[in-house]
Design a protein around this ligand. Sequence first.
Ligand SMILES: Cc1cc2nc3c(=O)[nH]c(=O)nc-3n(C[C@H](O)[C@H](O)[C@H](O)COP(=O)(O)O)c2cc1C
Length: 198
Amino acid sequence: MTTKLRAHLVWAHPRDNSLTSALVRAVHDSLVERGCDVDELDLYRSGFDPVLHEPDEPDWDDPTKTYSTVVEELADRARRANIIVVVFPLWWYALPAVLKGYLDRAWNFGRLYGDNSGAKPSAVVWVALAGLSHEALDKRGHIDALARQLDDGVAGYCEIGDSRTIVLCDAIDAPDLVAYVNQVTQQLDEVVRDTRGQ
Ligand SMILES: Cc1cc2nc3c(=O)[nH]c(=O)nc-3n(C[C@H](O)[C@H](O)[C@H](O)COP(=O)(O)O)c2cc1C
């Protein structure tokens, strides 16, 4: 029997009936079909507060510092996963505030990066839905910039070896959910296979 992989599916969108949420449902199903146990975190409807207050500020001299209960729980959920998948709409070429705040707070020093942070997920897949066309984003370097920020700036700093950023374009004028799901599942196939092979 193949051991189940643990996937943490984190997503951000104000509406539960959005294109983003439809994609999340399809990604959830794809992960289950690929033999993963899925722990889903819907940041908006979980009531998550993205603002980092003093209790969650890192103490650079103390990686064992205990953070707020919600941050300890969310950091544990992220660390326990073999694979993390993050789905969001691209806002101002970047992450929605609730998702940025999730990284600020939950992917904290001594938990997801730095001394004492221990075992990590082996892969993270970032899935951004973008209103603009691929051409419009690419010609100004926005796709590379997002990938650099997430793959190198976040995942690399957390020593997560396999990080992939997928930008799904034309989400306003010509959304194609089937094509989006295919692009994501292609990457999930590789990530699941590589993670099992480790
Ligand atoms: C605040 C805000 C900022 C946005 N910024 C961008 C952007 O920088 N680049 C882009 O291609 N689309 C941008 N968009 C369009 C969204 O990416 C698009 O509406 C979304 O991906 C569509 O998915 P949804 O229907 O699930 O919201 C922005 C939308 C909003 C509301």
